[in-house]
Design a protein around this ligand. Structure first.
Ligand code: SF4
Length: 299
């Protein structure tokens, strides 16, 4: 759609791959937590966390209303727009309805802690006002890894937040990072992440591969001496263990983010056997299974 919407962005702006056709509405700048040691998104000085003033958001929407037609989807940026209070989020959703009435889906990243002070009733009201989908970067279900990467969340806080999301009628998309614990924590990471996803039955599940542009050394130093980066083969073996332990009812699964070597897509558990067989073929170096080359991987 509109490659250059008339919005005063504080760059850089990030969004999930599946929001490529959405209008990115920046309602906060940066991330209020900004401590995860693997995250390179909001490190520049201009990205210090700050909510955007309501008047500025309304001005952005008014300009969009004048120049864009048929906007169907809006993604609230940046890293955790859900850090805003219920009242602020309600005002933003009402303004979207007023200026862009064709919008049928609003989505946002969401940290589990963002929902601690929001009730299920409040979230259900945001759902009625157009908020449909929350992307929750769980990263891992293993508490030891979550501490080592300074995620500021645990297995239980993530489960509690995701239960609240579904109780309010919102959809959830959970992200797990393949390789997050390196070689030494790979098994616990796969098993505990599968347990977290099984417990919460998200609508969507995505896996990314741990990937750095610059921060690899500082990540490893924060994690500890026991971090050993997984090889391509070890990453795929970890995915095999993770998928083998999933007991999902109807979750749309994707590992098509640019950081992945092996692209997998399906509905779980329906397609579990097919995905596991594809992984086995990739591990046995079946030439019919193509792996993304190192040079074409990226974020
Ligand atoms: S919560 Fe998300 S955006 Fe914030 S630092 Fe962690 S990974 Fe980055």
């Amino acid at each position: 759609m509109h490659l250059y919407p008339p919005i005063n962005y504080i760059e850089p702006v990030f969004r999930p791959p599946s929001e490529a056709n959405s209008l990115i509405l920046q309602v906060t700048n940066g991330c209020s937590w900004n401590r995860c040691t693997f995250c390179e998104m909001y490190t520049q000085p201009q990205k210090k966390f700050k909510p955007k003033a309501q008047a500025d958001i309304v001005e952005d929407l008014q300009r969009c209303a004048l120049s864009l037609t048929s906007v169907r989807r809006v993604f609230l940026a940046d890293g955790d727009a859900m850090a805003l209070s219920f009242d602020r989020l309600k005002s933003i959703l009402l303004a979207i309805k007023q200026y862009l009435p064709s919008v049928s889906r609003v989505s946002s990243y969401c940290l589990p802690r963002n929902l601690k002070n929001k009730t299920v009733e409040e979230l259900a009201e945001l759902r009625r006002l157009g908020l449909v989908l929350l992307y929750v970067g769980a990263e891992s279900g293993n508490d030891q890894i979550l501490t080592k990467i300074d995620k500021g969340e645990t297995f239980q806080t993530t489960v509690d937040a995701l239960h609240k999301v579904s109780a309010a009628g919102l959809k959830s998309s959970v992200m797990i990072i393949n390789g997050m614990g390196g070689v030494n924590y790979s098994e616990q990471h796969a098993l505990d992440s599968a347990a977290l996803v099984n417990e919460t039955q998200p609508d969507y599940l995505a896996t990314l591969v741990l990937f750095f542009h610059q921060a690899e050394a500082s990540f490893i130093s924060a994690f500890g001496d026991d971090f050993v980066m997984a090889s391509q083969r070890q990453l795929i073996q970890e995915m095999e263990l993770f998928i083998a332990h999933l007991t999902l009812e109807k979750t749309i699964f994707r590992s098509d983010h640019a950081s992945n070597y092996l692209v997998l897509k399906g509905v779980l558990n329906r397609d579990k056997d097919a995905l596991l067989s594809m992984i086995k073929r990739a591990l046995s170096q079946d030439q019919r299974i193509s792996l993304r080359s190192e040079s074409s991987r990226g974020l």
